[in-house]
Design a protein around this ligand. Structure first.
Ligand code: 16G
Length: 167
């Protein structure tokens, strides 16, 4: 049991009770059939990922112990994955051999907006990052959602810049 770090939920929802006919749980292989890749397409380019490729990547991630925490929300009426977010944990030498978290690939299906599901995913993974010992957790996002993430204590750090090189 735990207390979510962000303020309040109205109506009240929790990870064990995310809403009517909804279930929050770790990603599993059968989610490929339940629309997980299609959901990710609402965030960015996914490409044509076959089941074999998905399974291979899933197994590689699972074999990196305590590094990838991927949660999904399933609609139990339609058996479709309608929300997901990932916490990736990176091992460090700095900060007394600490680790840092990154929150990635946060997506809620367009038709399930306004149900506080993004907030629930964010709260859960932020709390989890703290629980597993990360000294910090960060995320990258588009301008339009800076306000949303600032609700969870994420700030643009003074003197720190996000820089990127694409290939
Ligand atoms: C957003 C996502 C990031 C994702 C990226 C994909 C969050 C908080 N941020 O920045 O995790 O990987 O979009 O966009 O979900 P890209 O395909 O342009 O890299």
């Amino acid at each position: 049991d735990f207390t979510l770090c962000s303020s309040t939920y109205n109506p009240a929802i929790t990870p064990t009770n995310p809403g009517e006919n909804l279930k929050l749980r770790p990603l599993c292989k059968s989610d490929y059939e339940k629309g997980y890749m299609e959901l990710l397409q609402q965030l960015t380019v996914v490409g044509d990922v076959t089941y074999e490729q998905f399974e291979d990547r899933f197994d590689k991630m699972s074999s990196c112990k305590n590094s990838y925490y991927i949660v999904v929300i399933e609609d139990t009426l339609t058996n479709r994955v309608i929300g997901s977010a990932t916490l990736a944990v990176e091992q460090k030498f700095i900060h007394q051999c600490s680790s840092r978290g990154r929150i990635e690939d946060v997506v809620v299906d367009n038709t399930y907006r306004g149900k506080q599901l993004g907030k629930l995913l964010l709260d859960l993974l932020t709390l989890l990052s703290k629980h597993v010992g990360c000294y910090k957790v960060s995320l990258e996002c588009k301008d339009k959602v800076v306000g949303f993430y600032s609700n969870f204590g994420y700030i643009k750090e003074e003197g720190q810049n996000y820089m990127c090189r694409r290939f």
